[in-house]
Ligand binder design. Structure first.
Ligand code: AMP
Length: 557
């Protein structure tokens, strides 16, 4: 078996892998590292999370960085803040014996000022989400001039989330790029197109199965407060300019309200609900099929049997109570071999529903952040420019008008015309989103709120369910075992949802649990000694979002 030192890595990096307890490279590392160490070869790695891909690109990056040069040399772009933080945490571990290398995470939803300060302290590796990175480019707060290596991690997810233009923008703004490394679990046509355009004869490696067929629907959810639901819906629509989709509501009234509000705001939308006559219903469906309506808002009953191909998005304005209904709704997209996206706008207290759907339907949900107002505007701008370039002018006799146009625009430059065009079409988005607030409900806030909601609860102890009476300490220290678990708030859990998750897996009642302490990366939970091993057996070694869960006796670690 190959060892890390045989791969040609700097000895300080080999020492770090030793310290981490890595005995041998994983298949993706074995295949990728020798190629990436050249620093000049483009690379495509088809690998899922859990295959060791972060080390596969992280170790070669650290090897290639010129330590004395205190400017950004490598850029890692990934879809979410969680992944961003995870990558930085791992790179920090790999660079344990090369402390002079600085790495920083930049992602949205948090103070940009702090990140700008971080960037100024001479970082060589920047790990970023696309939106925030572009923000920083626009503010001239990041210098990409000297970037030699660009890594696109989870490229398929980034495209699913609508970051295609942003990625192209980033690639176009790294003029000294010597190598581009792209990692993706699947290889949709869009990625092939991007790689063809920006990469030179990439070296391609596939490990494990590429899950293309089973993953034709991407399940996503967004956590917001109830009073932000409509705003969140609008933002999702605006962030997906080419959307052709169905919005599902639980009630007729919601369907009607949303349809009216969005019509007033200038969208091509109509509602389908039980109060319509057959004739009205046919009319709405006809318009939707012809695509003169871009969006349909429907209740479950009214949407029964809709079979329209090419639906790009299903949006759940609220999650249904019934798992079967969820499956039915999401199944309206991703038909006939195409891919689709099912988005759910949820309240924090419904996270447990997401977990049960994941369990029952065997799908993985991606918790995503709602785009910021700036993200939306940029997206709309790119889309408008694309539309302008792709407008079909072949079947109109525009030449007749050309002399007149030329005369009229004689003193106006091309740049000015483009700017005016943009302003004409784009102003309403700029105005609407000028002071748009961040709609995301973040983990910490949620935890605090949950704590406030339950004043009787003793500190550090969380129960599942809404029982207001504090649970007396049932166990003395001798009765419980404290278990360590390598999952934490970064995995999208908060205390109650985490407890529910491990109880569901081990099929145990909630009263076997005692105190829980939860950190970003890990948790510690007290469990009745009599069933602790049963729980470990059920949970340890299982997969969570492609990562192997570790659960063991905290005192024997
Ligand atoms: P990733 O696919 O990068 O998310 O990695 C999944 C997990 O595998 C991480 O927790 C890594 O620390 C771990 N890992 C990566 N490379 C190795 C290795 N060569 N041996 C053992 N564990 C590894």
């Amino acid at each position: 078996m190959t060892t890390f030192s045989e791969l040609g890595l700097d000895e300080k990096l080999v020492k770090a892998t030793d310290a981490l307890g890595y005995v041998n490279p994983t298949p993706i590392q074995e295949k990728a590292i020798p190629v990436l160490l050249s620093g000049t070869k483009d690379f495509i790695g088809l690998a899922q999370t859990g295959t060791g891909k972060t080390a596969a690109f992280g170790l070669p990056l650290l090897h290639l960085i010129e330590v004395a040069q205190k400017h950004p040399q490598a850029l890692v772009v990934c879809p979410t803040r969680e992944l961003c933080l995870q990558i930085v945490t791992e790179i920090e571990l790999f660079k344990k014996f090369i402390p002079a290398i600085n790495v920083v995470a930049v992602y949205g939803g948090t103070s940009i000022g702090m990140q700008i300060r971080d960037l100024k302290r001479g970082v060589q590796i920047v790990v970023a989400t696309p939106g925030r990175l572009i923000d920083l480019i626009e503010r001239k707060a990041i210098d990409l001039e000297q970037i030699k290596y660009v890594v696109l991690d989870e490229a398929d997810e980034m495209l699913n989330m609508g970051f295609k233009d942003d990625i192209e923008f980033i690639l176009q703004n790294t003029p000294k790029r010597e190598a581009t490394w792209l990692f993706s679990a699947t290889m949709p046509a869009e990625i092939k197109r991007v790689s063809k355009k920006y990469m030179k004869e990439p070296f391609e490696v596939t490990v494990g199965k590429t899950n293309s067929a089973s993953k034709n629907i991407d399940h996503q959810y967004f956590v917001v407060n109830n009073h932000h639901r409509y705003e969140a819906l609008k933002r999702l629509i605006d962030f997906n300019p080419g959307i052709y989709g169905i919005i599902f509501t639980r009630t007729k009234l919601d369907a009607q309200n949303i349809s009216e509000k969005l019509t007033r705001d200038g969208y091509d939308i109509d509602a389908l609900h039980g109060d319509l006559t057959q004739q009205q219903r046919d009319k709405v469906m006809g318009a939707f099929r012809e695509k003169s309506l871009q969006l349909l808002v429907a209740t479950d009953v009214a949407a029964r049997g809709i079979d329209v191909k090419e639906i790009t998005h299903v949006i759940n304005f609220e999650l249904p109570d019934d798992i079967e209904v969820y499956t039915h709704r999401s199944g309206r997209t991703g038909r006939a071999g195409s891919t689709g996206i099912c988005m759910s706008i949820i309240h924090a207290k419904d996270t447990y529903k997401i977990r049960s759907i994941e369990k029952m339907v065997q799908v993985t949900f991606h918790k995503l952040e709602l785009p910021s107002g700036k993200d939306v505007c940029r997206k709309q701008f790119f889309s408008l420019m694309e539309k302008l370039l792709n407008t079909d002018i072949s079947h109109g006799d525009y030449t007749t008008y050309l002399p007149m146009l030329q005369e009229k625009f004689a003193d106006v430059t091309k740049e000015e015309i483009l700017t005016r065009m943009a302003a004409l079409e784009f102003d309403r988005f700029l105005k609407y989103y000028e002071n748009a607030e961040d709609l995301n409900v973040r983990e910490q806030r949620r935890e605090r709120k949950e704590f406030n909601d339950r004043p009787m609860q003793s500190e550090g102890r969380q129960r599942i369910g809404g029982n207001d009476r504090a649970r007396p300490t049932q166990y003395s220290d001798g009765d419980t075992m404290r278990l360590f678990v390598n999952l934490g708030t970064k995995d999208g859990f908060y205390k109650a949802s985490f407890l529910q998750f491990i109880l569901d897996m081990s099929d145990l009642p909630k009263d076997v649990l005692g105190r829980i302490d939860m950190k970003e990366m890990n948790s510690w939970v007290e469990v009745d000694k009599k069933v602790a091993h049963q729980m470990i057996k059920a949970v340890d070694g299982k997969n969570y979002r492609g990562r192997r869960i570790r659960m063991n006796d905290a005192n024997s670690r």
